[in-house]
Design a protein around this ligand. Structure first.
Ligand code: SAH
Ligand code: SF4
Length: 350
């Protein structure tokens, strides 16, 4: 029998099991306290009877992550982690310092099966989904490592969050609970390549999170070349889902647009974007594309970025170029894991 992941369970589920074991109700609270405070084994729970600790360790496990590598930017304190999971798989996460506090970019899957042409994470496909506890553990590990509190979270690391929908939703619920990492939904952004059916599902949950859509192209023809998911859903269908989402939640959509030199950064693309998005409640984040080993893409020039932004702004859209943090440690996700697997050396700082 495989052991249950105790950190991914709700108190109600735990209490039901403990009731069957004939345990008093207050044990759930005691155990949850230990888990919230980062306990990594049942042996540490020294206010529980030894027999109970034994019984717990026979039925449950406490997933944790180990810091395999850490890169600290000399420029701005951005810290990039390569975490090792219990089965030896690895995922990346990036911690960024803003005026308002620390923000952490989390992975939701090991790899990704969406296969976007510009992305390092998708190259080897999907290895597996992350458990809710493994998403929480990335935050706990970073907080313990740096002695800080993470105040906001973006699901923009490795993986497609809406392709791991149930686990991500459970993670979001756990994020909010008092006593745990305790981060409110208004401080969470979820980025998706555009799984339209799941966007409608998420909308029904009426969460106060920010939805980020990786758009990267203003029309089907170009988007299909860059993102296989665009063959399943058209830009029209995607934007209709986004409209429904803003109508329901009142939250504006954030569109991500990676600027790839000579591919999606022309004036014509900008004008088409204006036509598509004008009048909708949104913000456009232009990201200078990162070079990925083995791919020929290059980021757009500064002048191109400026001109593109200008066209969007003149067209009445709210657009900004994303500040690049940790440029000396290549802080975008997917590459550190690949270099580790392929034995490519990177420079590290402590
Ligand atoms: N799977 C989700 C979230 C993870 S990717 C998604 O695609 O939205 C996080 C963001 O990084 C996405 O906007 C993605 O399109 C972008 N991205 C991936 N590879 C990139 C690259 N080489 N340069 C710039 N942005 C990239
Ligand atoms: Fe997956 Fe996002 Fe990368 Fe596309 S951009 S392959 S959806 S992680």
């Amino acid at each position: 029998m495989s052991k249950m992941d105790i950190k991914s369970m709700h108190d109600g589920e735990l209490s039901a099991i403990f009731k069957e074991w004939g345990m008093p109700a207050f044990r759930t609270k005691q155990i949850r306290n230990w888990l919230d405070n980062g306990a990594t084994s049942f042996d540490q729970m020294n206010n529980l009877p030894a027999t109970l600790r034994q019984q717990l360790s026979e039925h449950f496990r406490i997933p944790s992550v180990k810091i395999l590598r850490r890169l600290v930017s000399q420029i701005d304190d951005t810290t990039k982690y390569l975490f090792e999971l219990e089965d030896g798989q690895t995922v990346e996460s990036v911690l960024m310092k803003y005026k308002h506090g620390w923000s952490q970019c989390l992975s939701t899957q090991v790899g990704c099966r969406m296969g976007c042409s510009f992305c390092a994470t998708g190259i080897d496909g999907l290895a597996r989904d992350l458990l809710p506890s493994e998403m929480i553990a990335q935050i706990e590990a970073a907080e313990a490592d740096r002695g800080i509190r993470v105040s906001s979270v973006v699901l923009m690391g490795m993986g497609e969050p809406l392709d791991n929908y149930e686990n991500v939703l459970r993670f979001l619920e756990m994020l909010e609970t008092e006593g745990g990492v305790h981060i409110g939904m208004r401080h969470v952004s979820l980025s998706t390549c555009g799984l339209v059916d799941r966007i409608y599902d998420l909308m029904e949950k009426d969460l106060q999170i920010t939805l980020s859509i990786s758009l990267h192209a203003p029309n089907d023809e170009l988007r299909r070349r860059l993102m296989p998911v665009a063959r399943k859903w058209s830009v029209d269908e995607l934007l209709a889902a986004c409209k429904a989402y803003t109508d329901r939640t009142g939250r504006r959509i954030s569109y991500e647009y990676a600027m790839i030199d000579g591919v999606n950064d022309t004036d014509a693309c900008a004008l088409e974007l204006v036509k598509r998005l004008r009048g909708t409640l949104c913000h456009i984040n232009l990201i200078p594309a990162n070079a990925v080993e083995g791919k020929t893409q290059r980021r757009s020039s500064k002048a191109r970025l400026q001109r593109f932004t200008e066209i969007l702004t003149n067209g009445g859209l709210n657009a900004t170029v994303r500040r690049t943090l940790g440029s000396d440690i290549n802080a975008s996700c997917g590459q550190l894991r690949r270099s580790q697997e392929q034995g490519i050396e990177q420079q590290f700082a402590d």
